[in-house]
Write a protein that binds this ligand. Sequence first.
Ligand code: CO
Length: 135
Amino acid sequence: MDNKKVNHIAIAVPNIEKAALSWEKALGMEKSEIMILKDHGVKVVFLEFANLKIELLEPLNNESPITKFLKKNPKGGIHHICFEIKNIRDTIKVLKEKKINILGDGNPKNGAHEKPVIFLHPNDLSGTLVELEET
Ligand code: CO
């Protein structure tokens, strides 16, 4: 069994500039530039901690998957956890055999680090959205 590393924890926020400033004010850490990920419908900034990155996500538009989440959690909240995997194609094959649901069309999309990612359905994982990123 290969133990998986956490790559990041993502938090959905209504305003990414404000959110990044509040985190910086409260905890002080390096942060990345704000990036726009059109494929995922989000703006992203990474907060760099010693052993973990926190990803803040703001929806780009009403069709963004984050929009629905923020309607339920207007102040923001933990949205997903991302684990690192070695080979995304092999992982997808294994997940399909185990009948674990992959969101979307089941194919990887490039994530914030220009690396392929997939998302697993929260119904299979205690209500938690899980992202898997090939590293
Ligand atoms: Co993520």
